[in-house]
Design a protein around this ligand. Structure first.
Ligand SMILES: Nc1ncnc2c1ncn2[C@@H]1O[C@H](COP(=O)(O)OP(=O)(O)O)[C@@H](O)[C@H]1O
Ligand SMILES: [Mg+2]
Length: 341
């Protein structure tokens, strides 16, 4: 692609009956980029990924991968891509090498080439030592690395990863992120990853599309997304109150300057506020309820704050639930959230 884009998405839409799961989204991914789709459960991330990887047909709009249309030239697209879906597909009774042999034999790869590639891939994910061990004996992180490697046997230019750190402990998540980075840097693989984990998006992605209710509501680098907050008159405040009560929280929430109020533990509130008088107004409201302030601190915005600021709800509100996110306002905080773009 002359313009450097390996993926181009235009007005992509997916409807299930009358329900619009992906709502007229457009974006490009540059060759060699790690691109993230970040959003809560039910936002439409997997559905988008399935359309890009030819597994699902768009209702409207188009997507191309490597210049090939995902519907008209789906065979060509499939040659360029690897897909790691949310479900782990790996055989516990087989060894690491046997698993890769099995999946490798599904492609048209000459035997010698495949042997060499399997060895290289096992080295890449640091599993050479365990190549003859049954996958059933592996840690979750090791098994997930096997799961990702499985999608790399055909040396894809583009790798689609659907929630690769879902259900992993923090240490295994680090392993997977390191591996994705390494793959991207050493092999130049373009990576499209979906996640509802802020930390994945923040640490891994060159650019992030924030998705909510099937729409892209912001798209930029993590640094620039945070500037949505730090560039305006919005502030993030950590407020510790020794004698925090529901009544006091309610009065803080009721303040005009308070866009979002989250209780973090028995003494701590996390606030997104705006306006010059926010500090004074908060102190007044707390004093009026005889609250005892022990800490009041201005924090750097996190991606979570950005999400909360532009959607009015938290990613984790719905992400931790198994049921799909409700349509409509969901849990909202005091003050109308101001949308960007
Ligand atoms: N095959 C399907 N039939 C009907 N509704 C679906 C289907 N697949 C997904 N959905 C709905 O589309 C919305 C987006 O789903 P999904 O793309 O899986 O979200 P995410 O991956 O962001 O959690 C959800 O409300 C989900 O229930
Ligand atoms: Mg999903």
């Amino acid at each position: 692609m002359d313009n450097g884009n390996i993926i181009e998405v235009k007005n992509l839409t997916k409807m299930f009956g009358k329900f619009t799961a992906v709502d007229d989204i457009s974006f490009d991914v540059k060759k060699g980029e790690i691109f993230g789709l970040l959003g809560p459960n039910g936002a439409g991330k997997s559905t988008t990924l399935r359309m890009l990887s030819t597994l699902s047909r768009p209702t409207k709009g188009t997507a191309t991968v490597g210049g090939y249309d995902t519907v008209k030239n789906d065979t060509e697209v499939r040659k360029l891509i690897g897909i790691v879906s949310e479900k782990m597909i790996i055989y516990n009774r087989l060894t690491a090498r046997e698993n890769l042999w099995f999946f490798g034999s599904l492609f048209n790869i000459p035997k010698d080439t495949l042997t060499k590639r399997i060895d290289e891939l096992l080295e890449l994910v640091q599993l050479t030592k365990w190549k003859n061990a049954q996958v059933g004996t592996f840690s979750t992180g090791m098994r997930q690395r096997m799961n990702v490697v499985r999608a790399l046997l055909n040396m894809p230019q583009v790798l689609f990863l659907d929630e690769p750190t879902l259900g992993l402990d923090p240490q295994s998540s680090v392993e997977i992120r390191d591996f994705i980075k390494k793959l991207n840097q050493e092999q130049g693989t373009t990576v499209i990853i979906t996640t509802h984990m802020m930390v994945d998006a923040d640490l891994l992605c060159d650019r992030i599309a924030i998705v909510d209710h099937g729409k892209i509501i912001a798209l930029d680098t993590s640094t620039n997304l945070k500037k949505i907050i730090s560039g305006g008159d919005t502030m993030i405040i950590k407020l510790e109150i020794a004698n925090l009560t529901p009544d006091l929280i309610a009065s803080v929430k009721a303040l005009k300057c308070a866009d979002a109020v989250t209780q973090e533990n028995s003494t701590r509130l996390h606030l997104i506020v705006h306006g010059e008088e926010a500090f004074d107004n908060i102190i007044d409201a707390v004093r009026e309820k005889n609250g005892k302030i022990t800490t009041m601190e201005n924090l750097q915005p996190s991606l979570e704050d950005v999400f909360l600021h532009i959607t009015g709800h938290e990613v984790r509100d719905s992400a931790d639930q198994k049921i799909p996110m409700q349509q409509g306002p969901g849990r909202r905080f005091g003050g109308a959230p101001r949308r960007v773009r």
